[in-house]
Ligand binder design. Structure first.
Ligand SMILES: C[S@@+](CC[C@H](N)C(=O)[O-])C[C@H]1O[C@@H](n2cnc3c(N)ncnc32)[C@H](O)[C@@H]1O
Length: 307
């Protein structure tokens, strides 16, 4: 499993899920199946619905978890299909759900998926190989205003305007087809000591847009609460502040009993508290884990429980 992806905060995340024997769980982001294997170590009689939009992840994990295949429903779709996938399988409620967001090491490696600025590949970045829009379309065909929005909102890099302008200028001369073409043009407009940060942020911004990552997360978190059993948990590992903010704010809102303005003498809203926040502060990987697996360095784990 480690050859595909080294699972981050594996023991901690599964402990927080509070696995109950015979329960029904969702692994929203199967990847190499490392977290899922850990769930089966706790209880081998659980049923799991496992999503991954990437066919290569489904193939790999199916083989790795062969002995548990009769207990897993593999769904090669975006996790935003959660409600319909459960309904199609006659599942009304779940005991817990894990999201380990972002991409796997397998996807970043040099294998033609075009996610990384470290390898020269065609710009792609689709988690789902059948997705209709790739990074090539975003970079070359998005109208200037839309491209600026993506780079500004998702990149959080102070040089976003220069970078957007440069892309618009270059693509008018010839198509930007490869990861290195994009990397080189970013390099031309930012200070040297800032380059790695800017490459990482711009590549991440385009990836977020290609895969509509933030919309899927928001939509799916909202759909989890009604189908989660009392005492069931939502465990989320995120890797950048945009994702983490969505999770944090969602948990905070669901934790509120009332949303009336403070000056109202009595509550007139029908808001109910649906989630108890278990992690007041996000849990971070240890120094040892970061040394062993540098990809874990930005991870933040948050947990909430259905009231
Ligand atoms: C960080 S990896 C998960 C690793 C996994 N927990 C493990 O232990 O091997 C994230 C995986 O989730 C998938 N993924 C990300 N966003 C998704 C989404 N919205 N729907 C379905 N799969 C998604 C990616 O394709 C990738 O394989």
């Amino acid at each position: 499993m480690d050859s595909f992806h080294k699972s981050v905060l594996k023991k901690e995340a599964i402990e927080f899920l509070n696995i109950r024997s015979g329960g029904v769980y969702v692994d929203a982001t199967l990847g190499g199946g490392g977290h899922l294997a850990e769930m089966f170590k706790i209880a081998n009689d659980i049923k799991v619905i496992a999503f991954d939009t990437d066919m290569e992840a489904i193939h790999f994990a199916k083989q790795e978890l062969e002995e548990f295949n009769d207990k897993i429903i593999f769904v090669n779709k975006n996790f935003s299909y959660l409600s319909s996938a459960l309904a199609l399988n006659y599942i009304k409620e779940i005991d817990g759900i894990l999201f380990d967001l972002g991409i796997s090491s397998h996807q970043i490696r040099k294998n033609g998926r075009g996610f990384s600025f470290s390898h020269n590949e065609r710009l792609d970045m689709r988690m789902n190989q059948n997705g209709s829009i790739s990074a090539f379309e975003v970079v070359n065909f998005y109208p200037q205003k839309e491209l600026a929005r993506v780079i500004h909102e998702y990149c959080e890099d102070r040089y976003w305007q220069r970078i957007t302008r440069k892309i618009i200028e270059e693509r008018a001369k010839k198509p930007i087809e490869t990861t290195f073409q994009l990397k080189n043009l970013i390099e031309e407009v930012i200070p040297k000591n800032h380059s790695i940060k800017s490459f990482a942020r711009v590549f991440q911004a385009i990836r977020i847009e290609v895969n509509k990552e933030l919309d899927s997360l928001k939509k799916t978190l909202e759909s989890v609460v009604p189908i989660l059993k009392e005492g069931g948990r939502i465990v989320v590992i995120s890797y950048h502040s945009l994702e983490d903010r969505i999770v944090k704010n969602f948990f905070k809102y669901e934790n509120l009993k009332c949303i009336c303005p403070p000056k109202f003498p009595k509550c007139i809203c029908s808001k109910k508290k649906t989630l108890e926040i278990i992690t007041k502060h996000p849990k971070l990987p240890s120094k040892e884990e970061i040394e062993r697996n540098p990809q874990s360095r930005s991870a933040k784990l948050r947990v909430a429980e259905k009231c």
